[in-house]
Design a protein around this ligand. Structure first.
Ligand code: T4K
Length: 405
């Protein structure tokens, strides 16, 4: 482990790691199993359009989540877009701004006004009280995001939605294999949407899914994801190509076999970071509720610069100099990205917690590609950076101040 500030790369130019450590480096499970599945696909000459691997994955996801319908799709973004259409959202829809921009784009893309709502600073998720204040006669739905895989207040949001006859959609991109009050995420709201992008702990290279217990909605999602085809050459309505392909499904099936190993690695990393960084002034690791099922796929630091004497961006700069590619998800908040910044310039005024949190959060490398010794070194770098923050920050080359963008 590093012993003093003078050992750090910002002084010596030599990074602590000879390779880059990433936040979202994918695991591919058993390569032999994956290759056998891919061989089977090539032998069958059936590459997409409701093939056997996609069918099998559909069953595995539904069983794992205890949900009636799970529809694998080509990406989390496409799943969101189809969910928005299937729920017939229009007018205004309320959502958090601290999320990946795909959540907002899925609405704006369909001509819906995304109404950004502030979050609870403790949970980082939508504040249901604030949601209710933003409802107007034009509101048709609420999109909650289970940020970092930590569940939204699903019960309060459901009550708000029911009271105002609104649709409730959850962006569960981060929350695969997570539970809320003992029930798996995937079962809440009208529809839930997962991302199986390569950077997620469970992935299909590119991919996603919509889950629901509502048979009618599931049927609508299925039809929409296949151009609206209701028969061999009959089209019953509007649709798009949202289908998952067989190779992606093979990747997903292979990782399904290995899910507990992936979660165990994330859990071990999270606990190690937490115990090593505990008590460090101005540094907190966002907690998971370990009485629930968690996937622990994000290790999220909150930096309070008043006690840490270093800003989140300065810490990110130091980590990047050491080849630790920490990410400042989800900065600067969708409301500060285009087209939202130009279209809704007043949004920031009603988002004080979002504004503050977006400036303080930093995600650390985790997953199976990061081992205990590396975490010890990363925690050591953070400890030195915080202890010696002011001196280090003044030595930081200008280009490193914006690292992690
Ligand atoms: N809703 C939410 C709340 C989401 O977080 C997301 C996606 C979506 C919806 C949409 O779902 P998808 O349509 O993507 O299925 C990444 C992912 O592209 C995105 O899926 C994810 N959220 C978001 C949080 O992160 P970037 O721009 O940060 O990716 P990138 O290329 O910078 O990679 C992140 C890190 O992972 C880097 O350090 C490099 C490493 N990496 C990445 C890839 C792709 C690897 O080591 N290997 C790889 O193959 O967006």
């Amino acid at each position: 482990m590093k012993s003093s500030a003078d050992d750090l790369a910002v002084f010596t130019g030599i990074p602590a790691f000879g390779r880059q450590l990433h936040v979202g480096q994918p695991d591919v499970g058993s390569r032999g199993t994956l290759m056998r599945r891919i061989d089977g696909i090539l032998d069958r000459h059936w590459l997409t359009n409701d093939g056997p691997c996609v069918r099998e994955l559909e069953g595995r996801i539904a069983d794992l989540l205890g949900v009636r319908h799970a529809i694998p799709l080509s990406s989390g973004t496409c799943a969101l877009e189809i969910a928005v259409k299937a729920l017939e959202l229009r007018g205004e829809v309320i959502l958090p701004s601290m999320t990946f921009v795909a959540t907002a784009h899925a609405l704006e893309w369909h001509g819906i006004v995304p109404v950004f709502c502030d979050i609870d600073p403790e949970t980082h998720n939508l504040d249901p009280g604030r949601v209710e204040e933003l409802i107007t006669p034009r509101t048709t739905g609420i999109v909650g995001v289970h940020l970092w895989g930590r569940p939204c207040d699903v019960e309060r949001l459901a009550r708000v939605a029911a009271r105002h006859k609104l649709r409730l959609l959850f962006d569960a991109a981060h929350a695969f294999r997570c539970s809320c009050k003992g029930r798996m995420i995937g079962n809440f709201g009208d529809l839930e949407v997962f991302s199986f992008h390569a950077t997620k702990f469970f992935h299909t290279i590119e991919g996603g899914a919509v889950t629901t217990n509502d048979g009618e909605l599931a049927e609508r999602v299925r039809l929409m994801s296949n151009h609206g085809f209701v028969g061999y050459d009959a089209v019953g309505g509007l649709g798009i190509n949202g289908k998952m392909n067989e190779i992606s499904a093979a990747m997903g099936l292979t990782l399904c076999d290995d899910l507990e190993r992936l979660v165990a690695a994330n859990r071990r990393n999270y606990r190690q970071y937490k115990s090593l960084l505990e008590g460090l002034p101005g540094v907190a690791v966002a907690p998971y509720d370990e009485t629930e099922q968690c996937n622990y796929q994000y290790v999220v630091l909150e930096i309070d610069e008043r006690s840490a004497f270093i800003t989140r961006d300065q810490l990110a700069g130091i980590l990047w100099a050491e080849n630790v590619l920490a990410r400042r998800y989800f900065y600067p908040g969708c409301h500060r990205m285009q087209p939202y910044l130009s279209k809704y310039p007043d949004a920031a005024g009603r988002l004080p917690h979002t504004e503050s949190l977006c400036r303080r959060v930093l995600c650390l490398p985790t997953g199976t590609s990061v081992g205990p010794e590396e975490i010890e070194t990363i925690a050591g770098i953070i400890r030195i950076a915080v202890t010696d923050g002011r001196r280090l920050a003044s030595r930081l080359p200008e280009r490193l101040h914006s690292a992690g963008a």
